[in-house]
Design a binder for this molecule. Structure first.
Ligand code: C2O
Ligand code: CU
Ligand code: CU
Length: 530
């Protein structure tokens, strides 16, 4: 059956268009509607929340930065696995690392480098629909190929996981992570050009946590009171297998966004977590392809955000809800004291994600929520040597269907246009000419959000003239720390400021809606020597 995507969304209902800060373009490409599992037909909260294990190094090797120093050596194997995502579902085929998806968490100390050998031990055939028209995914390429990127890392270019540096099953590549950066939760995921959306959807992702002395000194909840929450929305077939939307034209299966109605938290559907009456620290990652989450606790209780993508905020921000775009992270403190016996649901708008079951017994809480966390020194606009005007574009085909997404109207293969000088500061003005919010991510650097300002599209489209419709809006307090991914809203110019430090060489910047990134909302950029 072929129906337009819009009517599919309306009929399906479960695939809500009521995504905060995001709307589905009226002319989006149609999708094929296939029979799907209704997750609400399953009993919720019967499986405990899985907590990813901590990766263990397999030995030591000389550091590429200083061969006289030995650094831990990890080997993580990408494998096809059977995952039990719900008590009443048969195992689901996924791709993960070692024996799990999400893969094991890598724990690192700031300043202490480590090596990871990323081994591709996947089968030779993909189980999700490749679109061979997409740049980099042509028929002459191997079906299964992968390269792992550590999102948020300040890593040398040959360890960053450049999208074209993919390799086939049976091969592996060693990446060096110097970890010369502040405490933060990063995440590793596939980045193979043209099929990255399918590889991550299959499950190739995991957490990587860097810690440092500043964080140690804060007495935040730790150990079993610090828990990663990795959020991925999926579509499931009636027999509980991963399904991925395609367009009705079998020659061009790509669709511009994929939203699931089965919400996996750490790989489980509707899990529960027994908690004590005390503070917990939740390291939340939006690992979804396209979905923005609007998170809150169903009992209306507030929580505090203490950190963002690239680490701690200057001070905690009290929130009732929080919007998290694909690839963004939020470091949250929730306090269950005084909620003994309650069952509290974590939700995203109308969708329930998981349940916290608060013990009725009172608990000691030696942890703290300090009023000041870390000094975040502001990057000054006056330090910027250059401002780049960069548009976000959606190109429609003859029928008004979404065809391709671009950055600055430029394809992946065109010559480098963004070439900041090492150790210089630049402002990037992201001029969103589309109808969607795009989470824009830069590799290598951390940045700060300067502001967002509404503008008139027409003068920009016709004469490249920025005519504003209103005043600039500063970032939300919870976004006012170090970021590596920013929500660029439609009709707004979003300005970010970054110092390009660490390494010279080739990196990428892109939209982190994975369907956009693959087709072709991604560009190389190069940090050049001073
Ligand atoms: Cu999550 Cu190019 O990265
Ligand atoms: Cu990245
Ligand atoms: Cu996008």
């Amino acid at each position: 059956m072929q129906i337009s995507r819009r009517s599919f969304l309306q009929k399906g209902g479960a695939l809500s268009t009521a995504l905060w800060g995001q709307r589905v373009a009226p002319n989006s490409k149609p999708v094929v509607a296939r029979p799907a599992l209704n997750p609400n037909s399953l009993e919720p909260y019967v499986d405990p929340l899985p907590i990813p294990g901590v990766a263990r190094s397999v030995g030591y090797r000389p550091s590429p930065a200083d061969p006289s120093v030995q650094v831990p050596y990890y080997r993580l194997e990408m494998r096809e696995l059977e995952a039990k995502i719900h008590r009443d579902l048969k195992p689901t085929r996924v791709w993960g690392f070692g024996s799990a998806s999400p893969g094991p968490t890598i724990e690192a100390r700031s300043g202490d480098g480590l090596l990871v050998e990323w081994a591709n031990e996947l089968p030779r055939q993909h189980f999700l629909p490749i679109d061979y028209n997409i740049h980099g995914a042509e028929k002459d390429k191997p079906e299964v190929r992968s390269v792992i990127h550590l999102h948020g890392a300040k890593a040398p270019p040959d360890s960053d996981g450049y999208p074209e540096d993919w390799y086939e099953p049976g091969k592996s590549k060693v990446h060096f992570y110097p970890n010369q950066q502040d405490a933060a939760m990063l995440w590793y995921h596939d980045h193979a050009v043209g099929i990255n959306r399918l590889n991550i959807y299959a499950g190739l992702l995991g957490a990587f946590i860097i810690r440092d002395a500043v964080e140690d000194g804060l007495n935040l909840p730790k150990g079993k009171y610090e828990i990663p929450l990795i959020l991925c929305d999926r579509l499931l077939s009636p027999d509980g297998q991963l399904d991925y939307l395609v367009s009705p034209d079998p020659k061009t299966p790509w669709v511009p966004e994929v939203f699931g109605n089965a919400f996996l938290v750490n790989g489980a559907l509707f899990p529960y977590l027994e908690v004590e009456q005390r503070r917990y620290r939740f390291r939340v990652l939006n690992g979804s392809n396209s979905r923005f989450y609007h998170l809150s606790l169903a009992n209306g209780q507030t929580f505090h955000q203490i950190g963002t993508d690239q680490g701690l905020l200057a001070a905690p921000v009290e929130l009732k809800s929080l919007v998290l775009a694909p690839a963004e992270r939020a470091d949250l403190i929730a306090d269950f004291a005084g909620h003994g016996g309650e069952k509290i649901v974590l939700k995203s708008d109308a969708f329930n994600l998981m349940q916290f079951r608060v013990s009725s017994r009172g608990a000691e809480d030696p942890s703290a929520l300090p009023a000041a966390l870390r000094r975040v020194s502001k990057l000054e606009e006056s330090d910027a040597v250059r401002t780049r005007l960069l548009s976000l574009n959606e190109i429609l085909d003859f029928y008004g269907n979404s065809n391709i997404m671009l950055l600055n109207n430029t394809h992946w293969k065109m010559p480098i246009t963004e070439n900041p000088v090492l150790n210089s500061t630049e402002i990037w003005s992201l001029i969103n000419l589309t109808d969607d919010s795009h989470p824009i991510h830069l590799h290598l650097v951390r940045f700060q959000i300067l502001d967002r300002r509404p503008f008139h599209k027409f003068p920009y489209q016709t004469q490249r003239q920025l005519v504003y419709r209103g005043p600039a809006v500063p970032p939300e307090p919870a976004e006012a720390g170090w970021k590596d991914t920013v929500q660029a809203h439609p009709g707004m110019v979003t300005r970010i400021i970054a110092r390009f430090e660490g390494y010279t060489g080739r990196y990428v910047w892109h939209c982190h809606i994975l369907e956009h990134e693959d087709n072709e909302m991604m560009r190389p950029y190069e940090v050049v020597p001073a």
